[in-house]
Design a protein around this ligand. Structure first.
Ligand code: TXA
Ligand code: MG
Length: 337
C-alpha cells in the first residue's frame, strides 16, 4: 500500500477514503489520530492491525456535531451535557453508556463508548464530509510516542495506511483528557489538556483513577484498558529525578558514564554539562505538553542511553505531562536526597 500525503485542499478525497472503508491519519488539536468509519467493522479492525494495537484496547469516536452523541450513547448523562458545553470542541473525551449501533470492535466489547469532539478545523471538516463518525486512536505504532506532526505518522505507519492529512503540528501535543461518567462519581482516567481543576469547576469533585499517578498493582483491573500498557517507551531509559533544581543539576552533572542526557527545563540548560533536550520554561506546562513527545523522539534519534528528566510539577496540565513521562520512564522515579 502506498500512503498518500494529503493537505487541506484534498479534504474531500480524504473523506472519500474514510467512506470507502480506508484508513486516514488526521490532525487534531491534541495528536494525530488514525481514523476510520466507526460503523464499519472491517475498517475498525484494520486500525488495530495497522497499529499493532491489542484488541482489548477500545477506541475514541470523534464527532463534529453535538446531536450525533445520540448515535453513540444510550443514556446521555447530565454532567456530559455540562462538560460538552464547557469544553467541546476540545481535548476532552467522555466515557458513557454505549448505544446499540456502536460496533463491539470500537468499544473492545465494553458496554461503554468514549466520545470526543475535536477542535481542529481539518478534523471537523473530515468528519462532516465523510458523512459518518470517525473512530481514531493516536496514529502511532502501539508503544511509541503519539505523533504530533504528519512526519511522525509516516515514520510509524508509512505503507500501512491509505493517507495522512497534513495539518501541521498539533497545538496541545498530548492526548485528550479522558473522564468516565458511568460510575457513581465522575472519574479521571487519563489527564490531558483540559485539567482536573477546570472539570471540577463545572461538575464538582471528581475521582482520580489510581492508574493516573502510579503503576497498576499486580492483578488490579485497569478502568481504562490503555492505562495498563507500557506507553511511549523510548529506546533510551528515562529516569525521573525528584528534588530541588539544585539537586537535579548536581545529580545529572555528576553522572560520568557516556550516553547520558537530560530532559530539562529552559532554566536548567546553561548549567548542565551533558547534552540536553528542553521541554520549555519551568512554569509553562502547556509548552512542556506540546514538546514532550517530540523530545522523546529526539532523545531516541540522538542514540543516548539514559535520559534524566526533571520531575514536572503535577498541577494543571503538568499532571498530564507527569502521567506520560512516568510511563516513558517505566515508573522509574529517583528521589534526590
Ligand atoms: O487526543 C486523543 O484522545 C487522541 C486523538 C486522536 O483524539 N486519541 C487517542 O486515542 O489518544 P488512544 O486510542 O491512543 O487513547 C484512547 C484511550 C485509551 O487509553 C483507551 O483505553 C481509552 O481511551 N478508552 C477508549 N474507550 C474507552 C472506554 N469505553 N472505557 C475506558 N477507556 C476507554
Ligand atoms: Mg494512543
Amino acid at each position: 500500500m502506498v500512503t498518500r500525503i494529503l493537505t487541506e485542499k484534498d479534504a474531500a478525497q480524504a473523506a472519500k477514503i474514510i467512506k470507502n472503508g480506508g484508513l486516514v491519519a488526521m490532525p487534531t488539536e491534541t495528536v494525530y489520530g488514525l481514523g476510520a468509519d466507526a460503523f464499519n467493522k472491517k475498517a475498525v479492525a484494520d486500525i488495530f492491525k495497522a497499529k499493532g494495537r491489542p484488541m482489548d484496547n477500545p477506541l475514541i469516536v470523534h464527532i463534529a456535531k453535538i446531536e450525533d452523541l445520540k448515535l453513540l450513547v444510550s443514556d446521555i448523562p447530565e454532567k456530559a451535557i455540562a462538560l460538552a458545553s464547557a469544553f467541546w470542541p476540545g481535548p476532552l473525551t467522555m466515557v458513557m453508556p454505549k448505544a446499540d449501533g456502536v460496533p463491539d470492535e470500537v468499544s473492545a466489547g465494553l458496554d461503554t463508548v468514549a466520545v470526543r469532539y475535536p477542535s481542529h478545523p481539518l478534523a471537523e471538516t473530515l468528519i462532516l464530509l465523510s458523512g459518518t463518525l470517525i473512530a481514531a486512536p493516536s496514529a502511532n505504532l502501539s508503544g511509541s510516542p503519539s505523533p504530533t506532526e504528519a512526519k511522525h505518522v509516516l515514520n510509524d505507519l508509512n505503507g500501512r495506511i491509505d493517507a495522512v492529512l497534513d495539518g501541521g503540528s498539533c497545538e496541545v501535543g498530548l492526548e485528550s483528557t479522558v473522564i468516565s461518567l458511568v460510575g457513581d462519581r465522575p472519574r479521571l482516567l487519563r489527564p490531558g489538556g483540559v485539567t482536573v481543576e477546570e472539570i471540577e469547576g463545572v461538575i464538582g469533585k471528581i475521582d482520580i483513577d489510581p492508574a493516573v499517578l502510579d503503576r497498576l498493582k499486580q492483578g488490579e483491573k485497569a478502568a481504562s484498558p490503555g492505562m495498563k500498557y507500557k506507553h511511549y517507551a523510548p529506546k533510551a531509559s528515562v529516569v525521573i529525578l525528584k528534588g530541588s533544581d539544585e539537586q537535579y543539576i548536581r545529580y545529572v552533572n555528576d553522572r560520568k558514564a557516556g550516553g547520558v542526557c537530560a530532559i530539562c527545563y529552559d532554566e536548567d540548560a546553561e548549567r548542565l554539562n551533558v547534552p540536553f533536550f528542553s521541554l520549555g520554561a519551568k512554569n509553562d506546562a502547556s509548552a512542556q505538553a506540546k514538546n514532550l513527545f517530540s523530545v522523546l523522539r529526539s532523545v531516541d534519534d540522538s542514540g543516548m542511553k539514559i535520559a534524566y528528566a526533571h520531575c514536572p510539577d503535577i498541577n494543571g496540565v503538568g499532571l498530564a505531562v507527569y502521567n506520560r513521562l512516568i510511563r516513558a520512564a517505566g515508573f522509574e522515579v529517583t528521589h534526590l536526597a
